[in-house]
Design a binder for this molecule. Structure first.
Ligand SMILES: [Zn+2]
Length: 401
């Protein structure tokens, strides 16, 4: 309370001090009109409850960027945090799949994390905030991913408050990775973060040496992650894809996205019969490679049965702990000589690759924009999260007017 009023006092003093002065060269004004004094921020204050609060927009430093938020996807991670607070972050300003326009830029910021020029008016996404971890660099060929870095939308609350993308404005601070994506439309920009997860997974899959143009690939789980997985495979020229899910609507979408056959596990009793169905969908062959995109331990155990001897598996469904899975090491791994890779989140390098993927997916006619099935205004954020939890639709997004 005292802190709050002290801050407001400070800001008012600053505003008064600046009145009549020429605008500081460090803070170029936005082309899109004046910047308001306050910003709405959706603050998760308790389980299953956001309060849309109003906070002063702070002065930014010479290394910071003020971004006017245009939209932000709702992620499974947001839903977990909303429902159970597994990261213990409450109160927290969530939203990490966001994008918007630079309205103010510190004088030391001239380039994005990939070396592209950056200025007021550019559309950007953030990726992570570097801690003092020298292993994470843009062009490090090692597969170091975001472990050891912070991400906007999952930061503990502080006196800036504008830390998540479910807001009107976000302060992007020194040390953050930020990318100029002005050449992508809003829907594509909202999809960048989940798409980067799949770019990373497919890069991991490629390290097995098993994934080829003519590979038979099974994708298990047709939520946004599985559907984007199919899209990434298609942009690589892989066309023999079988989708597995329990929801007919999602399976139909998987085909629109480029799967050429689908298997609904709800219609099949037992894993042996399910494996036969997958085999049938490939014309009598098991898969050369499998992507496991569900968070279900049973699904993990099942997927080995879909893979041929000498085949490969990329497990990417367990972003968080989903419990233990029981497999038979002899039958599932050893005697089949299966090569398995795990995949978690992405690297900075994958982020840059993702921008090109999105352009390529559009160019070959994949219906990426259909992935965003629901758009809510910031004021309706609780409804947006409940919609996500109800498993209705696919990608849900908050879009600001
Ligand atoms: Zn996400």
């Amino acid at each position: 309370m005292n802190l709050e009023s002290a801050r407001i006092e400070e800001i008012v003093k600053q505003v008064i001090a600046n009145m009549g002065n020429a605008p500081a060269p460090a803070a170029k004004a936005s082309a899109g009109g004046a910047i308001p004094k306050t910003s709405r921020v959706a603050m998760l204050t308790k389980l299953e409850n956001f309060d849309v609060k109003e906070y002063p927009i702070p002065e930014i430093g010479d290394d910071d960027i003020l971004v006017k938020v245009e939209g932000c996807g709702v992620c499974g991670t947001d839903a977990h945090e909303f429902k159970r607070d597994p990261f213990g972050l409450i109160p927290v300003a969530l939203g990490h799949e966001g994008t918007g326009e630079i309205v103010k830029i510190g004088k030391n910021v001239t380039k994005d994390s990939a070396g592209k020029p950056l200025a007021v008016g550019d559309k950007v996404v953030t990726c992570m905030i570097f801690k003092d971890n020298p292993d994470i660099t843009m062009f490090d060929l090692n597969k170091q991913n975001v472990g050891g870095a912070d991400v906007y939308g999952l930061l503990p609350d502080d006196d800036i408050h504008l830390n998540g993308w479910f807001a009107d404005y976000i302060v992007v601070r020194k040390g953050s990775s930020v990318f100029n994506v002005s050449d992508l439309d809003l829907d594509s920009r909202i999809l960048i973060e989940p798409c980067a997860v799949l770019i990373h997974a497919v890069e991991r899959a490629k390290t097995t040496g098993i994934l080829r143009f003519n590979s038979r690939v099974v994708v298990q789980g047709c939520g946004p992650i599985g559907l984007i997985c199919i899209a990434v495979l298609r942009t690589m020229g892989i066309e023999n894809i079988v989708a597995v899910d329990g929801n007919e609507q999602r399976l139909a979408f998987a085909k629109e996205m480029g799967a050429n056959a689908s298997v609904n596990f709800k219609n099949i009793q037992g894993v042996e019969a399910l494996a036969e169905a997958v085999k049938g969908a490939f014309g009598g062959y098991l898969a050369d490679f499998a992507f496991q995109c569900t968070g279900s331990p049973v699904a993990h155990a099942n997927i080995y049965k879909f893979i041929r001897n000498g085949g490969g598996l990329c497990e990417l469904g367990f972003f968080i702990n989903g419990g233990d899975a029981t497999i038979n090491p002899h039958f599932d791994i050893c005697s089949k000589e299966i090569t398995t890779v795990g995949s978690w989140v992405y690297t900075l390098r994958d982020y840059a690759t993702t921008f090109d993927f999105l352009k390529r997916a559009k160019a070959i006619g994949l219906p990426m924009e259909k992935l965003i099935t629901h758009k809510f205004e910031l004021a309706d954020i609780n409804k947006a999260l409940q919609t996500n939890l109800s498993m209705e639709g696919l990608k849900i997004a908050i879009v600001n007017k």
